[in-house]
Design a protein around this ligand. Structure first.
Ligand code: PEP
Ligand code: MN
Length: 342
């Protein structure tokens, strides 16, 4: 249930409603917007009618059920868009943000060279995998703690905040010490113990959509983070499995628009995993921004043919710089309209 307080509600009236919600066995989540306070009563029991009766309490404007299974994530609960701020970079505001870097951190030279180049080309944040979720156990698994130290060094030199994946609950503390944003990989989107643990970290979370997850399941995964106490969540569309075999994944751009229609959380797009082909990354990135994505996360490597993971979908440094230059070029003009001709 959402209990929307009136614009004139006093702090006392707000506190009274919070107490009543808790007395009824629900958890009260308070969203303080610029204009009004909204209290989300989240939980599941037989006392919903008592919440409905709060319509009569002083300061209450309306009591309405939240229509979706996800509650705190929904735009119905929080009507102002969430902006996640990471060391001065604002994700979800009016300007799009670009995160770039290699799939995996492979060496000091590789990550520093990439960090300098992507910064020069205009990227706002650095990505780089330290712990890699690989389909085969024989593939490169990441440099672990050594990669985290190299990312810290790259941040110190370039000033770019760092995004890196955390795969297990045991690593959360260590990764959070080194990274500015913790990525939940697509394969871990429904790793509920990991989500519960990440709800308790002070770091923002980049939550990738699972390859077979519906938008509802993706938003419910985000709900684990918000309901556990972490409101700094960035959603990331990275392509889903379909019958198409020519592409690694099918980039579901409509899901980006839908997620933004349903939720107040920022949504970004990963065109690298979303297409699996470097030739399509620039076009997919422009399309992502056109549909309303709040940003991009792109794989970049100084020498993609030598990359230890995902070389085929990584831009080299020159290609990335070109992509950045063309990213916001105007769309093609429309052909003359019949309306003007008459
Ligand atoms: C990655 O970002 O390198 C990665 C493994 O992403 P995903 O979880 O989307 O496959
Ligand atoms: Mn990758």
């Amino acid at each position: 249930m959402i209990i929307a307080m009136s614009i004139e509600a006093t702090e006392e009236e707000i506190q009274h409603v919070i107490e009543r919600v808790e007395e009824c066995g629900f958890k009260a989540h308070v969203s303080r917007g610029a204009e009004r306070v909204v209290i989300g009563a989240v939980g599941n029991n037989q006392r919903r009618h008592e919440l409905e009766a709060l319509r009569a309490a002083p300061g209450v404007e309306e009591v309405v059920p939240i229509a979706h299974p996800f509650k705190l994530v929904s735009l119905q609960f929080k009507r102002e868009r969430t902006v996640v701020e990471v060391a001065g970079v604002r994700i979800g505001g009016p300007e799009a943000v670009v995160i770039a870097g290699p799939c995996s951190v492979e060496s000091r030279e590789q990550i520093l060279q990439t960090a300098r180049a992507v910064r020069h080309a205009g990227a706002h944040m650095l990505r780089g995998g330290a712990y890699k979720p690989r389909t085969s156990p024989y593939d490169f698994q990441g440099l672990g703690i050594e990669a985290l130290r190299l990312l810290t060094e790259a941040r110190a030199e370039t000033g770019l905040p760092v995004v890196t994946e955390v795969m297990s609950t045991e690593d959360v503390e260590t990764v959070a010490e080194h990274a500015d944003v913790l990525q939940v990989g697509a394969r871990n989107m429904q790793n509920f113990p990991l989500l519960r643990r990440l709800a308790k970290t002070p770091r923002p979370i980049l939550l990738k959509r699972g390859p077979s997850a519906t938008v509802k399941e993706w938003l419910l995964a985000a709900e684990y983070l918000l309901s556990g106490g972490n409101e700094r969540v960035i959603l990331c569309e990275r392509g889903i499995k379909t019958f198409e075999t020519e592409l690694r994944n099918t980039l579901d751009l409509a899901a980006v628009a839908l997620a933004k229609e349903l939720s107040h959380l920022p949504v970004i797009v990963d065109p690298s995993h979303g297409t699996g082909r470097r030739s399509l990354i620039a076009a997919a990135s422009r399309a992502a921004l056109a549909i309303g994505s709040d940003g991009l996360i792109v794989e970049v490597h100084p020498c993609p043919e030598r990359a230890l993971s995902d070389g085929q979908q990584s831009l080299d440094l020159t290609e990335f710089s070109r992509m950045m230059r063309d990213l916001t070029a105007p769309l093609p003009k429309l052909a003359p309209s019949f309306a003007l001709a008459c």
